[in-house]
Write a protein that binds this ligand. Sequence first.
Ligand SMILES: Cc1cc2nc3c(=O)[nH]c(=O)nc-3n(C[C@H](O)[C@H](O)[C@H](O)COP(=O)(O)OP(=O)(O)OC[C@H]3O[C@@H](n4cnc5c(N)ncnc54)[C@H](O)[C@@H]3O)c2cc1C
Length: 461
Amino acid sequence: MIGAGLAGSLLAILLSRRGWRITVYERRGDPRVKGYESGRSINLALAERGRHALRVAGVEEAVMRQAVMMRGRMIHGLDGSLQLQRYGRDDSEAIWSVHRADLNVALLEAAQRAGATIHFHRRLHTVDFDAGTARLIDDRDDQPEDIRFSTLVGSDGAGSALRAEMVRKAGFGERTDFLDHSYKELTIPPGADGGFRIEANALHIWPRGRYMCIALPNDEGTFTVTVFLPNHPVPGTDDPSFASVRSGREVHALFARDFADALPLIPDLERDWERHPPGLLGTLYLDRWHLDGRAVLLGDAAHAMVPFHGQGMNCAFEDCVALAEALDRHVPPSVPPGLARRALERAFAAFEAERKPNAAAIQSMALENYVEMRDRVDDPDFLLQRELERALQERHPQRFVPHYAMVTFMRIPYAVALQRSEVQREILVEATRGRHDLAGIDWEALAATVHARLPMLAQAR
Ligand SMILES: Cc1cc2nc3c(=O)[nH]c(=O)nc-3n(C[C@H](O)[C@H](O)[C@H](O)COP(=O)(O)OP(=O)(O)OC[C@H]3O[C@@H](n4cnc5c(N)ncnc54)[C@H](O)[C@@H]3O)c2cc1C
């Protein structure tokens, strides 16, 4: 396997436990020796899909011990007002903030306990698929190492070197659509008493139309703040952009104007802004994820997405379980060596057929959610639609499950969640058009529409 990040280390646990002999090559050093080297997203929102995969791998409890519950969105208005919008019906429907480094270390340790061998400081450089050899480089001294492999799994993230080699060999129709918005991360330290300085159990959002700021809690009392801005000025507006807000003075002025309640909470704002380059955001599309039985991609290497649904890792973890199960189905332990490659090809093809439409669905929902987070969460039409959504959910719990709940608290395929969400949105928009409240709604007619258009959900919560 190439890459011992989130997906790589989880898959190494799942496969090693099944008796596969797994060797993982990771570009970075061992995070337990010199700390975690990562340029991005210090914490992540873990939802049911990811938790389920951790449960299957036997590591859920260890991870959840350090997770911080986020029960809803805390909306910070321009006037400093605060409003908590719950994600679910109660605290059983929440998402969890986890520290990327702690999570990765917990998974690496479990992978090694399960029998996987992990080599750090090994960056995949080139692959000769016909000869079954790969070259790895130790970036500390540029020393190459050549290895032989029976099959390669690419869990090496959005910039996957294995994908580049597969594309070079066989095309694959690779395309990345970069968003014209990027992000920067900042930190809110703990208060003088070591506690959280703003509500701990929420995902904070400062929605400002075409841009926004969010903050997720960490268990040590800090928050990671992420600022999302357009890369370039938007004509006809005085909106900020990464091109117009460069210096510490400029970012101070932006926060004083648009995120005033956050400004006193971020003491290193100016310094961190000037030091960190903006992170790019994009959606990766590929026609295929595997090269017969010789290599397969998963996680960000196969389908990187924008982070606005908080599902990239969750989806990558679902991939790991799906790939392990496809291998169970198609590669029996007794398969003779001569037939193993064909069996692997069948397993990779089944994995791709199951996961590719679902990855495409969450990629598209993640793009849509950016508009919702930055622009719609404080909009009266949106709030009325949410109110109706809750009412319909109460009346028809097996049929009308809110979009966010289907993606976040359930494990129905993403493609099904997308299709049902589109139908539900039409129903909500139609029923609330021209209204300021739910008085006068024709509940009987709505019930008939719900029954006609939304079949019972096979997997309710
Ligand atoms: C700002 C931001 C916020 C996010 N928030 C969330 C969230 O809240 N919830 C969520 O579910 N997802 C979130 N994501 C998405 C999530 O980070 C990714 O989907 C997830 O990390 C994918 O896991 P992965 O293992 O596929 O890739 P990665 O975690 O990127 O791991 C790839 C690994 O491969 C290694 N590697 C790279 N190249 C090579 C090479 N040539 N040779 C050997 N090793 C190599 C890397 O060092 C790394 O360890 C967010 C992403 C961003 C950018």
